[in-house]
Write a protein that binds this ligand. Structure first.
Ligand SMILES: [Zn+2]
Ligand SMILES: [Zn+2]
Length: 380
């Protein structure tokens, strides 16, 4: 039993049930994956301010450690960015833990409350302190959450976080954002996207770079690191993660939690599951990025709106089947295009005009008064 890389036989770690590494080679390999994903995609300039978004979970814990290591190097491999740390507060237990994590490395943390989403503007919060609670905002936010079915809610929260990351990046003068998604989370995200009608957004949601915002780029430097590697990294470096969080996540069953369980169960017995899914993702649609012309974008998720798509879409399929089922009852010869418009505006509000297919469908399912009015009413 020897390390695959250096033949040492001490402190061996087993990866994917077959690959043996010594502790040093294993950690070097994870660090290399992190650095090469940033290096390969030469978009970061020297000394750029980067907003590092920390959830407090495993990915975020390892991201924080990797960044700290890369910043403290004294050679040409030193990461030359100015990091600014942010945590969106959802519960007070986690926030205390994230502040503590950052303080160990001597970093300051900004932690606004997630309910800031219900208002259109925010201010820079005070560092290393709990957010100032505005009960009205929190109540409005909770009402909005409670009006959603689990799958819509999971999808909406993803967009809420993205919107707030971008908002705070602008306030804190950062042109870039780092988030801690791993190969495993991104593989799940890919399948979720296809299932909920966000197939055209796969590249931005799952790839290394999300450049939907004109000013702020979201980068995923952990995209080649798997959940298994995270756990082994945390163990071998003795990092502390708040384990209360994991139990909280399985409170509800949504399409997202079902797909996540499916992917991790499959990965357990077929270790190449996740890498196969991710390789497929890399091949899907780079089209939008090559397209320099600026299109209208969805007011919730910022994906490009293309009203005159020639190909038959999921939307067409849904509205055509709706027309057919209505016809059975009325048997009239009304103009199909007119019918389609009527149906689109009722079951797909604001479609192609302000919202993309998936956001429009979500919007129709949420009790509409619960969505903050500034979002839909924004003048374009
Ligand atoms: Zn070794
Ligand atoms: Zn959208």
């Amino acid at each position: 039993m020897k390390c695959k890389k250096c033949n040492s036989s001490s402190a061996l770690i087993i990866l994917r049930k077959k690959d043996l590494y010594c502790r040093e080679c294993f950690l070097a390999n994870v660090t290399h994956k992190f650095r090469s994903s940033i290096g390969k995609n030469k978009i970061l300039g020297k000394a750029d301010n980067v907003l590092i978004c920390l959830s407090g979970k495993e990915g975020s814990t390892v991201l924080l450690d990797l960044i700290n290591n890369a910043l403290s190097l004294d050679n040409h491999k030193k990461l030359r960015i100015t990091p600014i740390f942010l945590h969106l507060c959802e519960n007070y237990e986690t926030i205390k833990n994230v502040i503590e994590q950052c303080q160990k490395y001597n970093y300051d943390l900004y932690s606004p409350h997630i309910s800031e989403y219900v208002q259109s503007k925010s201010h820079i919060p005070i560092v290393n302190s709990l957010p100032i609670v505005n009960n009205e905002l929190i109540e409005e936010y909770n009402n909005m959450q409670n009006s959603m079915l689990p799958t819509v809610k999971d999808d909406f929260i993803t967009n809420i976080k993205r919107t707030l990351y971008i908002r705070y990046a602008k306030l804190l003068n950062c042109k870039y954002i780092f988030t801690g998604e791993t190969t495993t989370t991104l593989a799940t995200k890919l399948l979720v996207n296809l299932a909920i009608g966000r197939g055209s957004q796969v590249q931005s949601d799952v790839g290394f770079l999300d450049s939907r915002d004109m000013e702020i780029k979201i980068i995923r430097p952990m995209k080649d690191i798997s959940e298994e590697e995270l756990k082994l990294y945390i163990n071998s470096k003795n990092l502390k993660v708040n384990d209360k969080q994991t139990s909280k996540e399985n409170e509800h069953t949504s399409l997202q939690t079902v797909i996540s369980t499916f992917v991790s169960n499959l990965q357990e017995n077929f270790p190449s599951t996740i890498s196969t899914i991710c390789k497929t993702a890399d091949k899907i649609g780079l089209q939008d990025e090559c397209d320099n012309e600026r299109h209208n974008t969805c007011v919730i998720c910022q994906s490009i709106l293309k009203p005159d798509e020639k190909a038959i879409s999921a939307l067409d399929a849904t509205s055509i089947s709706k027309i057919v089922s209505l016809r059975k009852h009325t048997d009239s010869g009304i103009d199909v295009d007119m019918e389609k418009n009527v149906i689109n505006s009722t079951i797909f509000p604001y479609i192609h005009n302000r919202l993309c297919y998936a956001c429009s469908r979500n919007y129709a399912e949420i009790k509409q008064s619960k969505i903050p009015s500034y979002i839909i009413e924004t003048q374009k």
